[in-house]
Structure formats: C-alpha cells, structure tokens
Design a protein around this ligand. Structure first.
Ligand code: 2BA
Length: 108
C-alpha cells in the first residue's frame, strides 16, 4: 500500500478528482496554500496499491496544466503595491507529487 500526496491547482482539482475516482481510486481533497505564492491549491491524498501508482501519475499528468503565476515582492505584502515592488513570474504545476509507504491501512 502506498499513499500519494499530490498538489494540484484549484482550477484543475475537480477534473483530476473525477478522473481518479472514475478509474477506481479513492481520494481525499484538502484545501492547502502554497508557501511561496501564498495562494490556495489542492492537496489530494490517494491511498492505492503499488501497482497502480503509474496509472495515478498518468491521470495527474493528463489533467493538471502548467500555468504561469506572478509573485509580487515580500516587501509589498500588507502594504499594497508600491512602485518599487518587483513582480516575479513563475511556472506552476501541473502536479507536484510524493509517494509514501504505508505501514498499515484499515477502517475500524
Ligand atoms: P507554492 O509554494 O506557492 O509555489 C508555487 C510555484 O512557485 C512553484 O510551482 C514553483 O514554480 C515556484 N517556487 C516555489 N518555491 C520557489 C522558490 N523558493 N524559488 C523560486 N520559485 C519557487 P510548483 O513547483 O508547481 O509547486 C506548486 C505547489 O506545490 C507549491 O506552491 C507548493 O504548495 C507545492 N510544492 C511544490 N514543491 C513542494 C515541496 N518540495 N514540498 C512541499 N510542497 C511543495
């Protein structure tokens, strides 16, 4: 048994979750916030057998888009945009994932 943690864009989350559940995966969604951009994203918990990891990754790949996001400088947070604020463009996504081993899984 493995646990996939997958971080996806909020805009992709519904379609990714539908695709996963249609293929028989069990999914829990968490509302999360990225530490760098400080904007909301979605973290999926997907418990699955090891032989289905590649299937799940393929679905994440197909249904998660890469997009550009703009990060303004830390100096401007809470004070509105200033003339000397530096905006930085970063590429976000598709999905960032981790695969963890699971010692035990059960329902009681
Ligand atoms: P954020 O932390 O808000 O990061 C958004 C995007 O900003 C990242 O996209 C990356 O392109 C860029 N970025 C992040 N940290 C950076 C840094 N120190 N310097 C320059 N650019 C940076 P993604 O890599 O696609 O990540 C999307 C979201 O996935 C992240 O949102 C975070 O919530 C999560 N994530 C990514 N890598 C992670 C990791 N190693 N551990 C935990 N969460 C991670």
């Amino acid at each position: 048994m493995k646990l996939i943690l997958a971080i996806v864009n909020n805009d992709d989350s519904n379609v990714v979750i539908s695709a996963l559940t249609n293929r028989g995966f069990e999914v829990t969604r968490l509302s999360t916030t990225g530490g760098f951009l400080n904007v909301g994203n979605t973290t999926l918990l997907i418990g699955t057998e090891e032989n289905r990891i590649e299937d799940a990754k393929e679905i994440l790949k197909v249904f998660s888009s890469t997009r550009k996001a703009v990060k303004s400088s830390h100096e401007s947070f809470g004070r509105g945009l200033r003339n000397d604020s530096v905006a930085e463009e970063v590429a976000v996504g598709g999905a960032t994932y981790f695969v963890l081993g699971v010692d035990e899984f059960g329902r009681i």
